[in-house]
Ligand binder design. Structure first.
Ligand SMILES: C[S@@+](CC[C@H](N)C(=O)[O-])C[C@H]1O[C@@H](n2cnc3c(N)ncnc32)[C@H](O)[C@@H]1O
Length: 252
């Protein structure tokens, strides 16, 4: 998703608030508008970013996380800016747009590089359902060979055709983390937001097949019940849901 002269880049300014602690975080997201494709920030990503912001002291501190289908990568940017993760791996089916990261002062580095960096972030091409060398060797890319414990995904369940592919990749990541020798006591999880586009779309059968289970997370529980999260004008009238998916019986 490289940007070229025919692409129009627009900047969207967001500001996350914590009124109780008088804390705020400003983020800029660059959207690419081009005749052939769009690289937009979807309403789901603001909701997932708000979840990370709300739980910034606990959810990712010292942990490695991986975002799938990241697009403009807002949840990963918020994670890097306020949640003190050990490492963030940003993935999409083809090269992710890094413009938004750079706009927020997050510099990048190449795979296998040992260069020092401002933020612990790595970009990888990961296509759902494809078990490439990059995916199989994912722990080699992080500083201390740790598997991601938290998988993030916003608006990935946008077409039933890809549900099984997404869950096969997520299953592989959660299973690899749970079986890793240096895995801690935290339960590996997939935190995802999705937009209700059809009442008929369900992932119940796929979850059963992949031996996983989901818990619904009410948006009100992390101050995401409104229509204008982080002054983004999103999610507006869209119906967004959030769930936490784990391997069955792993966390009980
Ligand atoms: C609806 S967009 C959501 C983007 C971003 N997460 C957000 O919420 O703003 C879906 C994203 O999934 C990515 N995607 C689609 N099919 C994919 C696949 N088979 N493997 C990996 N990523 C894929 C697209 O490139 C796109 O970035």
């Amino acid at each position: 998703m490289s940007n070229d002269d025919n692409a129009l880049i627009t900047k969207r300014h967001l500001q996350f608030f914590d009124t109780a602690l008088q804390d705020t975080l400003k983020v800029v997201v660059c959207e690419t508008i081009k005749p052939e494709y769009g690289l937009y920030m979807w309403p789901c990503s603001v909701v997932l970013a708000q979840y990370i912001w709300y739980h910034r002291e606990s959810i990712l501190r010292g942990r490695t996380c991986l975002e799938i289908g990241a697009g403009t990568g807002l949840p990963s940017i918020v994670a890097l800016k306020c949640a003190n993760p050990n490492f963030v791996i940003v993935t999409d089916k083809i090269s992710c747009a890094r413009t938004s990261f750079e706009e927020n002062g997050i510099t990048t580095f190449k795979a296998n590089s040992t260069h020092s960096m401002d933020y612990p972030v790595l970009f990888l091409d990961i296509k759902w359902g494809c078990f490439t060398t990059e995916l199989l060797n994912i722990s080699l890319f992080t500083n201390n060979k740790i598997f991601p414990e938290v998988i993030l995904g916003s608006d990935c369940f946008y077409d039933p055709m890809v549900f099984d592919e997404i869950l096969s990749t997520v299953y592989f990541l959660l299973k690899s983390c749970s079986e890793a020798p240096n895995h801690g006591h935290n339960c590996p999880k997939f935190l995802c937001t999705y937009q209700t586009r059809s009442a008929d779309w369900k992932i119940t059968d796929q979850l059963e097949r992949w031996n996983m289970e989901a818990v619904h997370i009410p948006l009100e529980s992390f101050d995401a019940g409104g229509i204008n999260i982080a002054a983004s004008g999103m999610p507006g009238s869209q119906s967004i849901q959030m769930m936490e998916i784990t391997l069955k019986r792993f966390c009980t």
